[in-house]
Design a protein around this ligand. Structure first.
Ligand code: BMA
Length: 330
């Protein structure tokens, strides 16, 4: 039988079986959070971060809010995907001529490997928040590329391969502040420099209060035999502020602007104390997934309460069946 995830095998994917008796589709790692307060002298809180397989182990780009409050990107490595060794100093970005090109602020990174290059997408300061783009081959030298889209925009998420000869990027047009609205759009590029053919993909609302205010793409989409699997965050407003939950959608494999299925209920919402209590309470914000095509295991990395890094797990066949049976496309 063909494997459901169209991708590589990852025998060392972090994993923990679903707790006995649980009916959850996505379940939390019992050792959460995997990064707590003040993990290194220069960072108070590390969350909303991205990890990928690298040299038989793992490497990543991490959002680290420094003690002056500034959001900055740090690189890091991990032998097992759970214990993370953060580099003590922020990434020193260069331009294509090797000249220093620092960011003023940078947050919510995603990392995707396309061919032999790892591309980093983040929220960048381009006279207002927009999508930053950069690349590395070794997680030592990091080069910035032209910003793909104009301000104001956040949650830029590249696809892991070209589709019909084009690169694809999800994004979420926004405002300069905490954006009380937001839908997911998609853009295409022949060369990762020139972006166009912008289209609406999916919006906030529906019956689910949890995604009533805004939504934004999360980790790199996962290629499956049912289509592209996307985890995304959905936000609702309460009298105490926003609540960030996690949902998922399935998109046409040749035209990812087309949504085939979408969860009407959230898959994970802030419940545990590390999700409900911290710098910003009630936030679960996914930015990366590790996948193993052989077993269908998925490890989701999410930021919790803008303070911690946490992991949750699911099994792809069970998840896809659940999304298809509990879908509302609007
Ligand atoms: C969003 C982003 C995220 C953050 C979330 C909750 O606008 O800034 O980095 O996790 O707000 O504060």
């Amino acid at each position: 039988m063909p494997e459901t995830i169209i991708g590589k095998t990852l025998p060392n994917i972090p994993w923990e079986n679903k707790p006995a008796g649980s009916s959850e589709i996505v379940w939390r790692f019992s050792a959460n959070p995997v990064i707590g307060w003040n993990p290194i002298p220069r960072a108070a809180r590390v969350y909303n971060s991205a990890i990928v397989p690298f040299n038989k182990e793992f490497a990543g780009v991490f959002r680290a809010d420094q003690k002056n409050g500034r959001a900055t990107l740090f690189s890091g490595t991990s032998k097992d995907g759970v214990h993370i060794d953060l580099n003590p100093d922020p990434i020193e970005w260069i331009d294509e001529n090797g000249k220093a090109k620092p960011t003023s602020y940078a947050y919510d990174p995603r990392v995707v490997k396309i061919d032999e290059t790892y591309y980093i997408q983040w929220c960048d300061d381009m006279n207002g928040p927009s999508i930053g783009l950069g690349k590395t081959e070794d997680f030592i030298t990091f080069m910035r590329m032209p910003n793909p889209l104009m301000p104001y925009n956040r949650n830029g998420v590249l696809f892991p391969r070209k589709i019909n000869g084009k690169y694809f990027l999800f994004s979420r047009p926004s405002d300069t502040g905490h954006t009380p609205f937001g839908n997911i759009f998609i853009s295409e590029s022949p060369d990762m420099i020139h972006w166009g053919h912008h289209r609406f993909v999916m919006g906030n609302g529906g019956q689910g209060w949890w995604q009533g205010t805004k939504i934004g793409a999360g980790p790199t989409p996962i290629e499956t035999k049912e289509g592209w699997l996307l985890f995304y965050h959905g936000v609702s407003g309460t009298c105490n502020g926003f609540v960030y939950s996690i949902g998922a959608s399935i998109h046409d494999i040749n035209d990812p602007a087309k949504v085939l299925y979408r969860t009407c209920d959230y898959l994970l919402t802030p419940e545990k104390s590390y999700e409900t209590t911290g710098f910003v309470p009630n936030v679960a914000f996914p930015c990366a997934c590790l996948t193993d095509a052989t077993t269908g295991r998925i490890a989701i990395y999410y930021g919790a309460a803008d303070t911690y890094t946490a992991i949750a797990f699911c099994q792809v066949d069970e998840l896809l069946d659940y999304i298809k049976l509990n879908s509302e496309v609007f």
